[in-house]
Design a protein around this ligand. Structure first.
Ligand SMILES: NC(=O)c1ccc[n+]([C@@H]2O[C@H](COP(=O)([O-])OP(=O)(O)OC[C@H]3O[C@@H](n4cnc5c(N)ncnc54)[C@H](O)[C@@H]3O)[C@@H](O)[C@H]2O)c1
Length: 374
């Protein structure tokens, strides 16, 4: 899904700019790749662009790549670790979808291996590249909102997600709605405020996928932060299919400064557009995440923070590669980590601590689990 909706079109655009070369894609079977290659959206936007399909084991594909190219990891959450480590061991830079991995120790290991080899890793927390997130971060860090105290966030995907491949992997033992999608807003609160999460409790409601497997399809999480602030995060595969927009999502943060209050209110789903098509369909599309527009030059151009996030991560990989010697690449990696704009294993592994604490909590009925920083 994410390969079709965001990653591949972004990579095609960067290829169109002649900043990357050939693309090979590996999946479990050729049929998935044929469907992807024949996507009417991609064919219309990127005439003349294609990828080489590969349906054998991903490790073979990575082993055959010349060193210091880029591996993009977009497999189910519980497989990220092994694919990323395989890529690093073959000296490849990495773009990984979120959540990077499911255990903090794995994030630390990945950070160490990447540093040792002078390889860039960027995690696609694409909400960071929504201009509103960057505005809130800029203003928060100037003190304009005071100090975050209490907030709520939600991200509920459409009901029809239950009928997709999610039913094969987002099951009770692997993941849950909070782990899958709640991490975006936990990451964003850190990105805006610089605060760190210190305790998590997640109450999950098991529900049945169409194939009969069970998943925590509804979750309610409470995240406590290093200054005592509290964020409530609700997630589900439960937003009605008939409701407008691709999902519902948003963030509200109340804060205090001196004797007055501050507020950040982001409606991340309703962005001011109401479209009613003559087919009878009504929708409230987001112009901000990922759209194709005709700005001339043939085909369509992807725009939005989904594209910008991929572009920044690939740009970092290229920048690190061009730095040259191992020492120069390591200096560049440190600079990227310290800058804190692109999420890296070294600067965002609090997300893995939250995932681990969240899983421990959900499996024990929602008890509060404290986060121990190593
Ligand atoms: N908003 C977001 O940031 C966002 C949105 C969607 C998905 N994601 C993340 O992207 C990842 C993939 O999600 P998706 O929705 O695209 O899932 P998906 O099920 O549509 O795609 C997963 C792909 O992985 C491939 N795959 C699985 N096991 C493999 C293996 N062993 N070797 C090679 N290929 C393998 C499958 O063939 C499939 O094409 C997940 O980690 C998910 O959390 C992030």
């Amino acid at each position: 899904m994410i390969t079709h909706d965001q990653l591949l079109p972004s990579l095609y655009q960067i290829q169109r700019q002649r900043r990357i070369g050939e693309i090979t894609i590996c999946a479990l079977n050729l049929q998935i790749l044929e469907t992807l290659a024949a996507s009417p959206t991609l064919c219309r936007a990127f005439r003349g662009h294609s990828f080489r399909p590969f349906a054998d084991h991903y490790a073979e594909m990575i082993a055959a790549m010349p060193p210091r190219n880029i591996v993009v990891v977009a497999v189910p959450d519980q497989l990220h670790y092994e694919v990323i480590m395989t890529a690093l061991r073959h000296d490849q830079h990495v773009l990984a979808v979120k959540p990077l991995v499911l255990q903090h120790s794995q994030a630390v290991e990945i950070a160490g291996e990447a540093h040792r080899r002078g390889l860039a890793i960027g995690i696609d927390y694409h909400k960071r590249f929504d201009d509103r997130s960057l505005m809130a971060r800029r203003d928060y860090r100037q003190g304009l909102f005071g100090e975050f105290r209490l907030g709520s966030a939600c991200l509920l995907e459409k009901w029809y997600y239950r009928h997709s491949n999610f039913q094969n992997w987002m099951t009770l033992e692997n993941s849950d709605a909070f782990t899958y999608i709640g991490c975006h807003y936990v990451d964003l609160v850190h990105f805006i405020t610089g605060l760190l999460p210190t305790a998590v409790s997640v109450y999950g409601i098991p529900d049945t996928f169409p194939n009969g497997r069970e998943g925590y399809l509804w979750t309610d999480a409470r995240v406590i932060w290093s200054n005592g602030a509290c964020l409530n995060v609700q997630n589900a595969l439960g937003f009605p299919d008939a409701a407008p927009g691709g999902n519902t999502q948003g963030l509200v943060m109340y804060s205090k400064g001196g004797d007055t209050g501050g507020l950040v209110f982001h409606s991340d789903q309703y962005r001011g557009l109401k479209y009613c098509y003559v087919s009878g369909a009504y929708t409230e599309p987001s112009p901000d995440y990922f759209q194709y527009v005709d700005i001339g030059g043939g085909g369509l151009t992807p725009v939005g923070y989904g594209y910008r996030s991929v572009e920044r991560i690939i740009a970092n990989c290229i920048k690190v590669e061009e730095a040259g010697s191992l020492e120069a690449r390591q200096r560049m990696l440190k600079q990227i980590d310290d800058e804190g704009i692109v999420a890296t294993p070294a600067n965002s592994s609090y997300n893995e601590l939250v995932v681990e604490a969240g899983r421990a909590s959900i499996l024990s009925g929602g008890r509060l689990v404290e986060i121990q920083y190593p």
